[in-house]
Design a protein around this ligand. Structure first.
Ligand code: GDP
Length: 641
């Protein structure tokens, strides 16, 4: 093959007798961007790719990019697009157009039906630096960060959101009127920021529980005159669990008794290390009333966003999540959607969670009609058939019929799932199952206790509960009864809630019931630890070892017309049991390795026969035994029970 500026992926695949998906995997490993068809590079790049391709021969692994469509998968597999569509519909019962982005598990299964294994390519994280003199192939562009404000009640979350909105959004021409649609955007000379308008972690976690991670940066508000309070700690747990970068806004600095310094010194106790102490967390002193420090906070948010290098492709596959939704008289279902990739236009048909519709109209937070909304833009849409849930994903469809089809399949999938098992939350008995399917290697716990001393004691002991395969991990702990917030956090993190000398609040019990989160309360600390130890053990994959039971000698063959052939035996050592495994040897040769099928003593079926006794044995699927054969019986014993 000639080395050119544009390297053709299909040609390269052919040269190595592989499919384009293999080339994608190699390119992803090398951190080389491509558009599915070709990539840019010079001779040096090509050499590297060829060497890596050679290593890849024989591998089943092909790479797909997140949000791959059937068209992308067909390209990766080197098969025709109708072929892929047919497989989707007939074998997998998935209705999708060529441009629908497939759910990861669907794409993976699709690839498997062709005998390959899908891996998700993450071009953002090259494993090796490569001298590529190529320009970025994708249409990814910087997008505004999406920010959620969290913190303890009365610490000023709403005031801060209001102040930011008034100072930056309600521009003169709109006369200060803004619509509450669940999110708004501010425009600063340095860039835009999208704020989710529902402060507090309930909304944040409820969305996350549905798999929607829309927040890029979390602002933790802590009142300078009050310091860190229980809900501050809860919010920290939520943010850290979601692995979202945090900025701490120390609020109410205008108050005479404000002590911002004290807040900073309290933070490290909760694993939040401010920059001033050599950590990573940006802190900003503000007043939501006077506005002091707010411009600096916004600057810091933009700075953090820059570090995160947030991008989306306005021309790419449409992706978005529902921020909030309700049914309004005269307007029907109204949903605020945050666009995360691509562009939503009026007239578009979309599937949203289990419902669908055609966008009749779109309005922004200023009440202005919009015809298009790009990445990080929140818009209120009309035209859906039903009210979707917060956190539901949206998906573009070619037409309304397809949208209805996608929504229908999602609804029936959701129904199937709800019949099988709760999709969220976790009970102790589900843990083993999760572990067996390799979904879980950590037992996440939310710990609540009556006093700080107990919290510390429980934490200290629980931290020691682990073994080489499974660890217990406390994602949040605190003093006080079990709250709805604890349940939401547990639900989002697949955790179990453990209470010591505390009870769940009524709302929390209801929420736990609904989300199938297990709450375990204890009055004796050792019982608590024992249970968790048992759970961790239960999560261990069972390990079995062969254990010798006994030896039996075949003395005679009994032929029965109905029952087949029975070996008349004598137990020379130990015992033999009905469920035993056995190996039969004749002289030096092993002639059978299997299981006992039936075991009789005289005419009766028995569980076991011990040394010095006679018995009748039939083997599982084997009758070619002879007099003098030696049967070694064993059983498989779980050694880590
Ligand atoms: P939220 O529960 O966190 O949303 O808190 P709010 O925004 O409702 O604020 C609670 C109270 O604190 C209100 O009375 C606010 O006026 C007051 N407040 C909020 N921020 C500040 C501030 O920066 N300075 C002062 N002095 N009061 C504030």
């Amino acid at each position: 093959m000639q080395v050119t500026e544009k390297m053709n992926i299909a040609d390269l695949a052919k040269e190595f007798e592989l499919v384009p998906g293999h080339v994608y995997a190699v390119l992803a490993d090398l951190g080389i961007e491509h558009d599915g068809v070709s990539f840019d590079g010079d001779e040096e790049t090509m050499e590297l790719v060829r060497a890596a391709m050679t290593e890849h021969i024989g591998s089943k692994e092909i790479a797909l990019r997140p949000n791959s469509t059937p068209r992308d998968v067909a390209m990766a597999l080197g098969v025709s697009q109708p072929d892929v569509q047919k497989t989707l519909m007939t074998k997998m019962r998935v209705m999708a157009t060529l441009t629908t982005s497939l759910k990861p598990d669907v794409a993976e299964k699709l690839v498997e039906t062709y005998g390959y294994m899908a891996r998700w390519a993450d071009a953002a994280k090259p494993k090796r630096a490569v001298p590529v003199h190529a320009k970025s192939a994708g249409g990814a562009q910087p997008r505004p960060p999406v920010v959620t404000i969290m913190g303890h009640v009365d610490h000023g979350k709403t005031s801060l959101l209001d102040y930011i909105r008034k100072a930056n959004v309600a521009s003169k021409e709109h006369g200060g009127i803004t619509q509450h649609i669940g999110a708004y955007q501010v425009e600063l000379p340095e860039g835009k920021i999208t704020f989710l308008d529902t402060p507090g972690h309930a909304a944040f976690t409820a969305m996350r529980a549905r798999g929607a991670q829309v927040t890029d940066v979390a602002v933790l508000v802590v009142a300078a005159d009050d310091g860190i309070m229980p809900q501050t700690i809860e919010a920290i747990a939520h943010i850290q669990n979601a692995k979202v970068p945090m900025i701490v806004a120390v609020n109410k600095i205008d108050r005479p008794n404000a002590n911002a310094e004290r807040v900073l010194t309290q933070l490290p106790e909760h694993n939040v290390i401010p920059e001033t102490f050599g950590g990573q967390v940006i802190t900003a002193p503000v007043s939501a009333i006077t506005g002091e420090g707010v411009p600096h906070l916004l600057e810091m948010i933009l700075l953090q966003a820059e570090v995160l290098n947030l991008t989306a492709d306005p021309k790419g596959t449409l992706q978005g999540s529902v921020i909030e939704a309700k049914l309004e008289k005269g307007r029907g279902p109204v949903a605020t959607i945050l666009i995360q990739n691509g562009t939503l236009k009026t007239g578009d048909a979309i599937a949203v969670g289990n419902t669908y519709g055609r966008i009749r109209s779109m309005t922004n937070y200023l009440g202005e009609k919009m015809t298009e909304a790009g990445p990080s833009t929140p818009v209120e849409v009309l035209g859906l058939e039903d009210v979707p849930g917060a956190g539901d994903h949206i998906e573009f469809a070619e037409d309304e019929r397809t949208a209805r089809g996608i929504a229908g399949i999602r609804a029936s999938d959701a129904h199937d799932k709800s019949l099988q098992a709760p999709t969220r939350g976790m009970t102790l008995s589900q843990l083993r199952e999760k572990l067996n399917t390799h979904e879980l290697k950590e037992l996440n716990l939310v710990v609540k206790a009556d006093v700080q001393g107990s919290v510390e004691a429980v934490r200290g002991m629980l931290e020691k509960v682990k073994n080489e395969e499974v660890e217990s991990k406390i994602i949040h702990s605190g003093v006080g009864s079990i709250t709805e917030g604890d349940i939401l956090l547990a639900s989002a993190a697949n955790a179990i809630v453990v209470g010591f000398n505390v009870k769940p609040e009524p709302g929390a019990s209801r929420e736990a019931e609904r989300r199938k989160v297990e709450i375990r309360t204890y009055k004796i600390i050792y019982e608590l630890i024992e249970d968790i130890e048992a759970a961790v053990k239960g999560m261990l994959e069972p390990k079995f070892e062969e254990q010798y039971l006994g030896t039996v000698e075949v003395r005679i063959r009994f032929q029965f017309s109905k029952k087949g052939v029975i070996a008349g035996c004598y137990v020379t050592d130990g015992k033999i049991t009905r469920n035993a495994g056995c190996r039969v040897t004749r002289g030096k040769d092993q002639v059978y390795d299997g299981k006992i099928s039936t075991l009789k003593h005289l005419k009766d079926d028995v569980r076991e026969v011990t040394m010095g006794m006679e018995c009748g044995i039939t083997f599982d699927n084997w009758e070619q035994f002879k007099e003098g054969d030696i049967v070694q019986a064993y059983e498989m014993v779980q050694i880590n029970a």
